[in-house]
Design a protein around this ligand. Structure first.
Ligand SMILES: [Ca+2]
Length: 305
C-alpha cells in the first residue's frame, strides 16, 4: 500500500523538563490514510532517513493529529504509520523538528513574583515579562517543593495578559499552617514555556491581642498605664497601635496616657491594634472611666483689712 503523508506543525508549546532543557508540545496533523485504518503511530529517530525506532504515540483510526512533548534542545526526525489488524504501513514522509524558523524561545520569567500569606488565603503578585509575543502565566503549587514543570503539582491559575502588566491573584482554599510553594511559568503565543519563578508562603490566622490598663477609672487628670500583649501565628507582632478613645493615639507595646478633665463621668473605649509581619491585624478593647477632677487648690488666702 502506497500512502502519501502530509504532516503539518501547527502549534508549538513548551514545557520545562527536570533538567534545564526546554520542551515543546508539538501539534502534528496528517491526512487520513485510505483503506481500513485502526490507528496511527508516530515514530521518531535522531537522524535523517531513520531509523525511527522510538514510538512517540498512538491514536485511533479516526484521529489524524497528535500533540507530543518534545525537547526543544534536540532534533527529531518523525514519521507516521497507519496500522490495522493486518499490520503497519510504511513510513510517511519524514519531517524534522524544530523546523527552520520555529519559535522555540520562551518569554522571560515574571518579575517580582511574591506570595503574601493571609488568613486562609495567599495573595500572589507578579509582573509579566515584556516579550512582544508574551501570552500568559501559569502558576502551579505543591506543599512539599516547587513544581518543576507545567504538569507538576496543582494548577493555581492560568492568566493571559499584556506584556509588562502587573497581575494579582488570590489563592483561596488553602490551609492555615501549611506552606505552599509556587512556580510561575510564562508562555508565548507559540506555546513556549519559560523557566520558572518561585515564591512560597504559609497562610495563618490573624494575631490576637489583649490589654491591661491601670487604673481603669479615676478622677481627671487621669494617668493610665496601658500594657499590650499579642499572639502571632507563623509570624511575629510587628507593630502596636493605640486609640485612647479621646482623640489621642500612640504606638508601642506599653504606653501611658493622661485623660483630660471632664464635665461629668465619661467612659472611653480604648482599642489596641496589633499587626504581624504579614500585615494581618488583631484588636483588643477596654474601657476607661474618667470622673470630673478635684478642683485645684485655691490660691493662698490673704487677710482682709
Ligand atoms: Ca517566543
Amino acid at each position: 500500500m502506497k500512502t502519501k503523508w502530509y504532516i503539518f506543525f501547527s502549534c508549538v508549546v513548551v514545557l520545562l523538563f527536570a533538567a534545564s532543557a526546554f520542551a515543546t508540545d508539538v501539534h502534528f496533523k496528517w491526512n487520513a490514510s485510505s483503506g481500513t485504518v485502526e490507528g496511527y503511530r508516530i515514530y521518531y529517530g535522531s537522524s535523517h532517513q531513520g531509523p525511527y525506532s522510538n514510538l512517540l504515540g498512538e491514536v485511533g483510526g479516526t484521529t489524524t493529529d497528535y500533540v507530543a512533548t518534545l525537547d526543544s534542545s534536540k532534533t527529531y526526525y518523525l514519521v507516521v504509520r497507519a496500522f490495522n489488524s493486518y499490520g503497519e504501513s510504511g513510513n510517511s514522509n519524514e519531517i524534522v523538528w524544530p523546523t527552520a524558523g520555529s519559535d522555540i524561545t520562551p518569554p522571560g520569567d515574571v518579575a517580582g513574583f511574591t506570595a503574601i500569606p493571609g488568613n486562609g488565603n495567599i495573595a500572589l503578585t507578579w509582573t509579566n515579562p515584556t516579550d512582544t509575543d508574551f501570552k500568559g502565566v501559569m502558576v502551579r503549587c505543591r506543599t512539599d517543593k516547587y513544581p518543576t514543570d507545567r504538569n507538576d503539582g496543582e494548577l493555581v491559575c492560568d492568566k493571559t495578559g499584556s506584556p509588562g502588566e502587573t497581575v494579582s491573584f488570590t489563592h483561596t482554599q488553602v490551609q492555615n499552617g501549611m506552606t505552599y510553594y509556587y512556580s510561575a511559568f510564562t508562555y508565548d503565543t507559540s506555546g513556549n514555556y519559560s523557566h520558572t519563578a518561585h515564591a512560597s508562603a504559609t497562610p495563618h490566622p490573624a494575631p490576637t491581642a489583649t490589654i491591661s490598663a491601670n487604673p481603669t477609672a479615676g478622677y481627671a487628670l487621669l494617668k493610665v498605664t496601658f500594657g499590650g500583649s499579642g499572639q502571632a501565628y507563623y509570624s511575629t507582632i510587628a507593630s502596636w497601635s493605640w486609640d485612647f478613645g479621646d482623640g489621642h493615639t500612640a504606638t508601642g507595646q506599653n504606653v501611658t496616657h493622661t485623660y483630660a478633665n471632664v464635665a461629668s463621668d465619661t467612659t472611653y473605649k480604648v482599642t489596641l491594634t496589633v499587626t504581624d509581619t504579614d500585615s494581618l491585624t488583631g484588636q483588643a478593647t477596654t474601657y476607661i472611666t474618667v470622673k470630673p477632677g478635684i478642683p485645684l487648690p485655691p490660691s493662698k488666702p490673704t487677710v482682709q483689712q
